[in-house]
Design a protein around this ligand. Structure first.
Ligand code: AOF
Ligand code: ZN
Length: 354
């Protein structure tokens, strides 16, 4: 199963919104077929592994298939993998965990058992879930897994009091940030960041296709049609205003304008998360300023913080999250440190809301 997980990690971002799955077919203790999920619409991991075994001249009858996700049972963009395994004469299937897709959800394992295949499920389940954490979150809640990236000095400052904020962390941490952007289906930022930094909000230095979709939260449509992040298409401006001239100006440069207004005339953040889920965004990467960061946390929209801390002290200056003032400590937002590591000279913390 560890090998199957390694194979799953070879699947590219082009599989999205499909989960990345790996499959190893083992006979007499040796791997005879290996596969991983192909770009969306193409073969799933199991079919690839069966093809690989055939191409290598192996007979898979009676062999064991280790799969990082329950084999599918439905006719989606491709026919069911469970049937492919049955037809090939596989003797045993070991799956890491059940598929959360309601179209599958145990039916794949049932199909295999009914066909007389011996089935076990649960091996390295946690690792398998982590690999597709966004897919599971979306299937279970209709909303994406939201990862918020921030970079600050050791004393939690993102800028000097005069606003100077360029490159608080070193090159290694910035490159690592692109790795996290690359695994996201979409990147969200706010108009404050766009006006201050004019970011491109794309992935650089890693060869991926397609690029993550870009979303800018801009309640009153203050974004310029010349903003860099609108340049190469794939950007959506999320607003709370119906002003038609501003909207058509943005549309004329290829941007999509999405109106999502709550009762007090602001963008409805929870509704935005549901909309992203409907648009099959599994993982959302947020890079925004303290205001939008704070609002998203306050609305319970954030699952995980990706924090880079540089070994510097800035003293006074802007913080990371604008949150309402608390009066008692038990009101504090609670997280658990999921992973802590060093990236270049920075510390990287992945912290999840408890
Ligand atoms: C598998 N093996 O490698 C993957 C699976 O639209 P389709 O036909 O590509 O099906 C997509 C669904 O199949 C997806 O939502 C998930 O439930 C499952 N993904 N299943 O047996 C795979 N990637
Ligand atoms: Zn399948």
């Amino acid at each position: 199963m560890r090998m199957a997980l390694e194979l799953a990690s070879r699947a590219t971002q082009a599989t999205s919104p499909n989960p990345k799955v790996g499959c190893v077919i083992v006979k007499h203790g040796s791997p005879i077929g290996e596969g991983w999920t192909q770009p969306v619409g193409q073969a799933h991991a199991e079919v690839q592994a069966l093809r690989d075994a055939a191409a290598r001249g192996h007979d898979v009858r009676g062999a064991t298939a280790y799969v990082t996700l329950e084999p599918c049972s439905h006719f989606g963009r491709t026919p069911p993998c469970a049937n492919a395994l049955i037809d090939a004469g596989i003797g045993r299937v070991v799956a890491a965990l059940q598929d959360a897709n309601p179209r599958v959800a145990g039916r794949g394992l049932d199909l295999l058992r009914t066909a007389g295949i011996s089935v076990d499920c649960g091996l390295l389940a946690e690792q398998a879930r982590e690999m597709n954490i966004g897919f599971f979150k979306r299937m279970e809640t209709g909303r994406p897994w939201v990862r918020m990236k921030v970079a600050a000095s050791l004393d939690g400052r993102t800028a000097l009091p005069n606003g100077n904020s360029q490159w608080i962390t070193g090159l290694d941490a910035r490159q690592d940030g692109h790795f996290w952007r690359a695994r996201a289906d979409a990147i969200l930022t706010g108009i404050g960041t766009v006006l201050a930094d004019d970011p491109q909000m794309n992935v650089r230095g890693i060869n991926i296709s397609p690029q993550p979709r870009k979303f800018v939260l801009d309640s009153n449509l203050r974004i310029s049609t010349a903003a860099k992040l609108l340049q190469h298409g794939g950007a959506t401006v999320v607003c709370a205003t119906a002003e038609i001239e501003k909207r058509s100006a943005l549309q004329s440069v290829g941007a999509e304008v999405l109106l999502l207004r709550d009762q007090v005339g602001r963008v409805d953040l929870k509704e935005l998360m549901l909309e992203l889920g409907r648009r099959q965004v599994n993982e959302l990467h947020v890079e925004a300023g303290a205001k939008l960061n704070g609002a998203l946390i306050e609305q319970g929209c954030v699952d995980e913080l990706l924090v880079y801390l540089a070994p510097k002290l800035l003293g006074d200056g802007a913080g990371l999250f604008d949150l309402p003032e608390l009066s008692t400590l038990d009101q504090a937002k609670k997280l658990i440190f999921h992973e802590v590591s060093k990236v270049g000279d920075a510390i990287r913390i992945l912290a999840r809301f408890a």
